[in-house]
Structures are given as structure tokens and as C-alpha cells.
Design a protein around this ligand. Structure first.
Ligand SMILES: [Zn+2]
Length: 455
């Protein structure tokens, strides 16, 4: 389906989109950039030297394309992971004189245990209801484990995001709930589908109202073991976590503008977040989102395309640790939201994309149909009205800016997300380029339509 009487784009523009799609599928730029970000630079935790190196690198690459590059400052958390070990020191059926290792990783932002660690009995609950059903004082002075399982069936049916949403609430709210009940440390079962004893990190939260207690995620297998043993009798764990929260650091969003020809003040954002967790190298989350967005500018440059409006590449900083980069952008650009014509973020992995999420006026669905037609040859023609598109563009979306994200196959993403296995080899080059095709075609469509997208 190309053209049509009431299409927002001319047949020539739709042909240009098809050309961008085909170039995106064939061009190795995004893959090569991702290889550098992940293997050469490595993990990009907020406030880290590697995050700064990534800022400088991406800025230089965008300058090399001839884009107008600025670094916009944001104060970001600077949390550093330390030692993280745990072992059972007493349990039912223990062989005398032995301990048993428990695989875990500190949650982002966690406070430390004493340097020599702490030892306490473990209380296991599956969910909030089981916690609230415990007798008063049952958790006091103990280590509380939330053993809420990631729903692998739901993920296998293509609803990885929903499965994650069901599990991640314990990672976020578990430490406050545990400390409120008197726990001296909180463990959560990893909020992902990973096998092979891979613990899953991610941000947790504290409150000023209750003590901040050390918090870690245990591998799913270890959570099952702890539950089994605790059902037989008292289980004591020795836990050592030595993370540090250093003073907030100055960091940057990388902004690169590909200037519009007729309405350069009107902006279409194409983006991903440059920071990552530190266990892996942030290939899927979210190196992929950054490089497909870089590829959009690369292809405009390569094909000599200059849309009416400015296409603004943004590599957001510190999405994982509180979206400080996005918050700084909202503050710095608060008088310019009317000129933000659309915002795209790719942060849902890099598996095969099946279409576009859109958020805003419901008319966007009909308006985008010709674009979906261009993407149908790669199996990405589905248009999905969604309340959310991307964490970093959510603020813009709230201000009425139409926002978009590629819909990705989510069946496998949460097996790797936030684990040590989020590495370059998990990237399927074809799927990465399909995602690049979506963001490039959509960015061009938004930036060159005679009338801006409905809002
Ligand atoms: Zn992400």
C-alpha cells in the first residue's frame, strides 16, 4: 500500500521512505557502532569514566556526519558496585563444616553491609500478601527474600514487558517494605527470565521514613533453593555487599541536530539511552537504541536527505538510575515543547520489530498507515496505540508531543536484560537493521510531512 488519496505524504516521499528502509537493512553502520560501544568502551554506568568516554565518542561520530552537536549537562547518580558475595552458613541437612554459595548481585543504589558482611536468618515470601500475613515481628532482624517469579509463560506468549512489570515491583519497592517490617537486608528474586544462575540488577528505591537496608537480587535458582530450605527449618545467610554512592557527577545528553530546511526550529527526536548497567556491556539495553538512532542520521547524510524539520538525535544519560538526563532536557527546553513535533525512543531490546507504538491522539494511527505500508515488507506494519513509548520521552509525551517506539519481539529480551549476558553477541544484525529501518523511516516521515503529526 503506497500513496492513496488522503496520505500525508506524496508518492515521492513514500518512495524516499522505501529507499531509507532498504538502505537501513543493508548498512553495517549501526552494528559497527554497537560493537565499539560494547566491546571497546564497555559498560556505561552513570557517572563512570566509560559513560563519559561514550558521550565523547558518540558526539565525535555525530560531528563526523556533519550534524550540529551539543552536550547538554545533567547531574547524575554515581553509584559504584563493590564486592557482592553470599553463602549459607546454616540450614537443615547441612554437612558439618560446609557453606553453600548463593548467587546474587547488588541492586542499583543499594547501601552496603558492614565490610565484614552480616549474618541473619532468611525469611521467604512469594509476594506482598504473604509478607502482610506474617505475624508481627517475624521479619525483625532478619533477611527478607521476595521470591516472586518472573512469568516465563507470559513472556513466551510475546508479553515480556508485562511479565517484567509483574516482577520488577518487588525490586523497586521490596527494600522499603522489608525495612518497614524490620528486616536488616532485602533480597529479591531476579526480575527476568534468565536461566543459568544469572542475577538481574536494576534500580531500587529507598525512603527517608525507614532505614536504608542493603538490597540484592538472587538468581532464580537460588531463590528456589532458599525457599525450599527455609520451608524445612531455619536458614542463615552471610551477606556481603560493598557498593558506594559517590557524590553526584556531571554528565551529558548528546544532542545532534540534522538541520531542517524549511522549519529548522521544529524538532523530531530519534533516541536511545547511552548509559547501561555494569554487569554486561549494555548491548540490548540500550546500546542498540542509541546505534539505530545514530543510523538514522547516518542514512540521511549518506543519501543527502534534508527534511523540512530538524531531526534531533539524542543519546540520553542515566535512564537506568532515575532518568536524570531526560529531566534535565525537560527543564532546559521547557519553552520549546510546541516545537517538538514528535519523539521516538528505542529501548525495548533489539529483537525482530513488528511495528510502531504510538502515544498521543488516536488519529496518529490512521495518519501513520502509509508509513506502516512502507514497513510491511519487513513485517513491521502493526500500529499499536500505547500509553507509554519510552522512559526518556515520557515527559515530552505528557506535554502533548506525539511519541513513538518500535514494537519489538519481547520473548527473549528479559533473559538478558540487566544481566551479565547483555553483550554484543545477543544482537541479531538483521533485527538490529530492521529496527534502524523503523526509526529512520519514521523520523523522516515526521520531519518531512507537509503538516505536522496530529496532536
Ligand atoms: Zn533501557
Amino acid at each position: 500500500m503506497i500513496g492513496g488519496g488522503n496520505s500525508a505524504w506524496t508518492p515521492e516521499q513514500l518512495a524516499q521512505m522505501a529507499c531509507l528502509r532498504d538502505e537501513a537493512l543493508a548498512d553495517p553502520y549501526a552494528l559497527n557502532e554497537l560493537h565499539h560501544l560494547t566491546d571497546n568502551i564497555g559498560p556505561r554506568l552513570s557517572g563512570s569514566p566509560q559513560a563519559q568516554q561514550a558521550v565523547d565518542y558518540v558526539a565525535a561520530q555525530m560531528r563526523a556526519l556533519g550534524a550540529n552537536v551539543t552536550l547538554e549537562k545533567a547531574q547524575v547518580p554515581h553509584w559504584v558496585r563493590g564486592a557482592e558475595t553470599a553463602e549459607l552458613v546454616s540450614w537443615p541437612g547441612q554437612t558439618p563444616g560446609t557453606t553453600q554459595k548463593v548467587v546474587l548481585t547488588a541492586l542499583g543504589g543499594s547501601v552496603a553491609t558492614p565490610a565484614e558482611g552480616l549474618t541473619a536468618e532468611v525469611v521467604v515470601v512469594d509476594d506482598w500478601n504473604q509478607l502482610h500475613a506474617l505475624p508481627p515481628g517475624a521479619v525483625k532482624g532478619k533477611i527478607l527474600l521476595f521470591n516472586h517469579a518472573f512469568d516465563k509463560e507470559l513472556a513466551a506468549q510475546g508479553h515480556g514487558g508485562e511479565a517484567y512489570g509483574g516482577a520488577v515491583v518487588y525490586r523497586g519497592a521490596g527494600p522499603i517494605a522489608g525495612a518497614s517490617a524490620g528486616a536488616i537486608a532485602v533480597l529479591v528474586r531476579s526480575a527476568g527470565g534468565a536461566d543459568f544462575r544469572l542475577p538481574h540488577t536494576g534500580l531500587t528505591a529507598y525512603s527517608e521514613e525507614v532505614p536504608k537496608v542493603p538490597a540484592a537480587a538472587v538468581a532464580a535458582e537460588d531463590a528456589e533453593m532458599l525457599k525450599n530450605l527455609a520451608s524445612q527449618g531455619p536458614v542463615k545467610l552471610h551477606l556481603t555487599l560493598t557498593p558506594q554512592t559517590l557524590p553526584a557527577a556531571a554528565s551529558y545528553n548528546v544532542i545532534a541536530d540534522w538541520k531542517g530546511t524549511e522549519n529548522p526550529e521544529q524538532l523530531v527526536i530519534v533516541s536511545g539511552h547511552l548509559d547501561s548497567w555494569d554487569l554486561g556491556t549494555g548491548a540490548l539495553d540500550d546500546g542498540a537504541g542509541v546505534v539505530v538512532s545514530m543510523q538514522a542520521l547516518h542514512l540521511l547524510q549518506k543519501l543527502g536527505i534534508h527534511p523540512r524539520r530538524t531531526v534531533r538525535f539524542v543519546a540520553w544519560m542515566s535512564e537506568e538510575e532515575g532518568s536524570e538526563g531526560a529531566a534535565a532536557y525537560m527543564e532546559d527546553h521547557k519553552t520549546e515543547f510546541a516545537n517538538h513535533i514528535g519523539a521516538i525512543e528505542s529501548d525495548l531490546g533489539a529483537d525482530h520489530p513488528t511495528g510502531i507504538y504510538y502515544s498521543g491522539k488516536s488519529a496518529l494511527g490512521g495518519w501513520l498507515r502509509p508509513v506502516a505500508g512502507v514497513l510491511s515488507s519487513i513485517g513491521a506494519e502493526t500500529l499499536v496505540d500505547s500509553p507509554e513509548t519510552g522512559e526518556d520521552i515520557d515527559g515530552l509525551s505528557q506535554k502533548g508531543v506525539p511519541s513513538f517506539a518500535p514494537v519489538q519481539d519481547s520473548r527473549f529480551y528479559f533473559n538478558y536484560h540487566h544481566t551479565a549476558a547483555d553483550t554484543f553477541d545477543k544482537i541479531n544484525p538483521r533485527h538490529l537493521n530492521e529496527t534502524a529501518a523503523i526509526v529512520t523511516v519514521l523520523a523522516y516521515a515526521l520531519a518531512d510531512s507537509p503538516q505536522p503529526a496530529p496532536r
